[in-house]
Ligand binder design. Sequence first.
Ligand SMILES: Nc1ncnc2c1ncn2[C@@H]1O[C@H](COP(=O)(O)OP(=O)(O)OP(=O)(O)O)[C@@H](O)[C@H]1O
Ligand code: NI
Length: 325
Amino acid sequence: MKNKAKNNAEESRKTEALLKVKDLSLSFIQYTSGLRQTELKVISNLSIEAYRGKILAVVGSSGSGKSLLAHAILGILPPNAILNGKIEYNGMQLTQEKKEEIRGKEIALVPQSVTYLDPLMRVSDQVIGCVEEEKAGLMKKLQREIFQRYGLKPDVERMFPHELSGGMTRRVLVSTAVIGSAKLVIADEPTPGLDEKTLNETLYYLKDMANKGCAVIVITHDIEAALKISDKIAVFYAGTVLEVANAADFKNDGENLRHPYTRALWNALPQNKFQAIEGHQPMQDEVIDGCIFYDRCSKKNELCSKGIPQFQNVNGGIVRCNNVS
Ligand SMILES: Nc1ncnc2c1ncn2[C@@H]1O[C@H](COP(=O)(O)OP(=O)(O)OP(=O)(O)O)[C@@H](O)[C@H]1O
Ligand code: NI
């Protein structure tokens, strides 16, 4: 009986979000002339969830706080950062100590840049990382299996990073995340500047991780690429999330999308209406009382300038906007 209850609890935990970020805010302490201290707010009221076996894409313009969210989850923010709010992983609160303990193991980063690889270290050693001697054999075997799965020939493991082609580098970067049997994978801009084939390949590896049960977060500028693999898309704007939409809602004129900003992003794509959005994202030091998109919104009313709209569940997605029904 006890076992059954335990199994049920475990089952329901599996369907719950693996990662829950609730009301996150992040600011940086900055010193201006005369040693005056100011606080620069870069993330506020940010909430997202990531589920096992699913891909959540995080899209939004440059400077909207996407990478900082990843750094906050991984615990790699600079020392002048002040973080508030909750980050829960697998039902437990992620403190800085906990983040350091599980970083690179349960939570892995697929970094954007090749510079993440040490130019003086052979590929295999980097993918395997630091392991105790008794585990070295097992990890080597695992690395060879992963390389084979990703079509990396046996001689690649002895190469140095400069000997790799662009596509091979992507596969090696993904391997570093896969080998640690991570349960949550965060890929920060994994596709910029890739040719079509390498791009599709990289997307396929991320999908493969989700199919194996990982919760995957893909941070990207490329909505089209995100749509190829994602289940949900979180739309970031000026340090917060305005909408979490199902990937399937991005179609036609975007009539299924809820937030005016999400619609505008969709209609700005060259293959859609190629309509640019006027104005710009607010600066971090601008004080805004109402909706953060107020200035640029075509649907705004008086209510929108008074207080931040609360998240609502509308049409199978969640949105922070007063004017959806
Ligand atoms: N250490 C820091 N001190 C002060 N401000 C910072 C610091 N790091 C980042 N920022 C600011 O925080 C904002 C969010 O940065 P972040 O790198 O998360 O944006 P992003 O959405 O990932 O952008 P991009 O798409 O260009 O990668 C930016 O305006 C950036 O200038
Ligand atoms: Ni970034």
